[in-house]
Design a protein around this ligand. Sequence first.
Ligand code: CFM
Ligand code: HCA
Length: 532
Amino acid sequence: LQTFKDEVITKYPKKVGKKRAKSIILSDTEQTPEIQANVRTIPGIITQRGCTYAGCKGVVLGPTRDIVNITHGPIGCGFYSWLTRRNQTKPTTDEEANFIPYCFSTDMQDKNIVFGGEDKLKQAIREAYELFHPKAIAIFSTCPVGLIGDDVHRVARHMMEEIGGDINIFGFSCEGYRGVSQSAGHHIANNGLFKNLIGRDDEVRGSLKYRVNLLGEYNIGGDAFELERVFEKCGINLVSTFSGNSTIESFENAHTADLNMVMCHRSINYVAEMMETAFGIPWIKVQPIGARSTAKMLRKIAQYFGDQELIDKVEEVVAEEMAEVEAVREKIYAKTKGKLSMLFVGGSRAHHYQDLFEELGMTTIAAGYEFGHRDDYEGRRVIPTIQIDADSRNIEEITVSKDATRYNPRKTESELQELNKELEFTEYKGIMDQMEKGTLVIDDLSHYEMEKLIEMYHPDVFCAGIKEKFCVQKMGIPLKQLHNYDVGGPYAGFKGAINFYKDIEMMVGANIWKEIKAPWESDAYVEAQYAC
Ligand code: CFM
Ligand code: HCA
C-alpha cells in the first residue's frame, strides 16, 4: 500500500503532493501516526466534502420533526438538503407536527442579494407561523447571507417579539463557507442546541430508571427506530436522541437523563461535553453498528447503572437477538469471508462500519473520513495538541459553566473511577486503533486517489456517497452508499446487522460487475498529466 502513496504523490504538482502526503498515512497500531485533517481542500481537487450549512441544517437540526427549519438563501441549498439524507421520523399521533416532508426556503433572488434579504426572511417566518403554528422556527444561513450581511439573529429576535406567545425562534450563522467542511456546521448546530433548546423543560417524563440520551444518531434508513426497539426491550429509558426521530420537547428535556452515549463522535461531542459541564451527566462513546458492538453498548449501559435487574435483562435480550443474527451470519460468512472493503464516508461511518465488515470476515484495506478531525483518527488524547487554525477560529466557542441549580453529579468520584476502568468515560480511540498495520488511512480522499485505489487494489466493495457511486461502478466495482444506504437500512442494532449482511452478500456476489470493462482495460482511456 506504500506503492499507492508514492504513485499518487508524484502525480500531483510538487506543492500539492507535499500537502497530500500528510493526509495519506499507513496505519500502525503500536505507534499511532499523526494525520493531517480538518484543513482546507486544495483548490482544483475533486473532494467528497460538503459545506457548513449542510452540517448544521441538513445533518444536526434537519431530523427534528417539529421545528420549521427555514433555509435563508437561494433555492438550491434548501432543495439539495430536502430529504436526500433519508432521515426518517415517526410522530406518535396524527395530530403531532411533522415538517420533515417540507422544504422551507426564502428562495432569495438577485434583488434580495443586492438590497438585502431580511424583509423576505421576516415574511417567510410570518407565513410559516400562520400556516403551521410551530413551537419553534430555526433559520439557517447560506453563503450569500453572510456575504451581504443579513442578520438572522436580529430577525429571529424581532419575529419572536412580533409573534409573541411562547414561540422559540433562533438563527444559525452556518454559511457554507464558514468552515472547511460540514464539520464546522456540526459545531455551530451544537452551540445552538445548547443555547436555545437543551434544559428548558425540567419536567421528568417517563420512568425514573435507566434514563439515557443517544447523541449522534440521525435515524438514517430507520437506524434510530431499531435502536429504540432494542432499548425498549431492555427497559432502558431513551429520553432523547440527537437528533434522529427527535422533537423539541425531547431536547428541552435531555438534561434529565443520567447518561449520555455518543454514537457519532464527530458531529455531537460538543453537546456531550457541554451537558457534562453544565448538568454533571457523564458520557461514553458507543458503537451500535455491528451486532457485537450493539451488545457491548447494552452491557456498558447495564454496568453504568449497576442494577442486577437490568444486567440480567440485557443478557437475556443479547442472547435472544444474537441467536437470530448468528443464524443469518453463519449462512452468509462463507461467501463474504476474505473479501476486501474500502470505506470513505463522512466523519464516523468509515470507522463504525468496519465492525460489520469484520463480522462478515472482510478486511478493510483503506479507509478515511471526509471531514474528521485528528481525534477521530488518532483518538481524543491528541486533542490538546491540535493546532487551532484560522478556519476553526471562525466558529463561535461558547463558554459553559456549572448550572447553578441543576448541576447534579450522577455518580461519586470514586464510583466514576471504578466504572471508568471498563466504560472509559469521555474517551474515543479513533479509526486508526482498529485498522490493521499497513492499511491505508486517507483524509479527504480526492476522486483521483479514489480511482487509483480501485485500479491498484480492486476492492470487492467500495463504500462512499452519491458523488462517487457511479464513477466507481463504471469501473466494475460495487459501491455501497453508507450515507443514505441506497434504498436499504436500518443497519444499526441487531436487525440492522442482519440487513447489512444480506445486502453486502448480494453486492459482492453479483456477477454483473465482471461484465463491466473498467476504463483502464479499454482503449478509450485517455491519460492526462498536470503541467507545473
Ligand atoms: Fe456523523 Fe452522520 Fe457521519 Fe455526519 Fe454526514 Fe450522515 Fe455521514 Mo452523510 S452525522 S459524521 S455529517 S454519522 S450526513 S448521518 S452519512 S457524512 S459518516
Ligand atoms: C451532506 C449529506 C450527506 C451527503 C451524502 C453523499 C448525506 O454531507 O450534506 O455525498 O452521498 O449523508 O446525505 O453526507
